[in-house]
Design a protein around this ligand. Structure first.
Ligand code: FES
Length: 67
């Protein structure tokens, strides 16, 4: 299996926002479709609105935005 396919599978399995069960693949897709700020990503999928208040996912979303 190629590196890319492995990465895609991993992205689907990795949850960025644990509270809302949003995968890394979903966040990447939202960023690719034009959400270029943390606020836009959060509005699009609800990440950051779980019980932890975004404490766990916000840094990970920021990281993905910088890629
Ligand atoms: S992990 Fe995203 S709101 Fe808690």
């Amino acid at each position: 299996m190629s590196e890319n396919v492995n990465q895609e599978i991993l992205d689907k399995l990795t949850k960025v926002c644990i509270c809302k069960a949003i995968s890394k693949a979903s966040i990447k897709k939202i960023i690719a479709s034009g959400a270029d700020t943390l606020e836009k990503v959060q509005k699009e999928c609800g990440a950051g609105s779980g019980p932890c208040g975004g404490k766990r996912c916000t840094p990970k979303i920021k990281e993905l935005l910088e890629l």
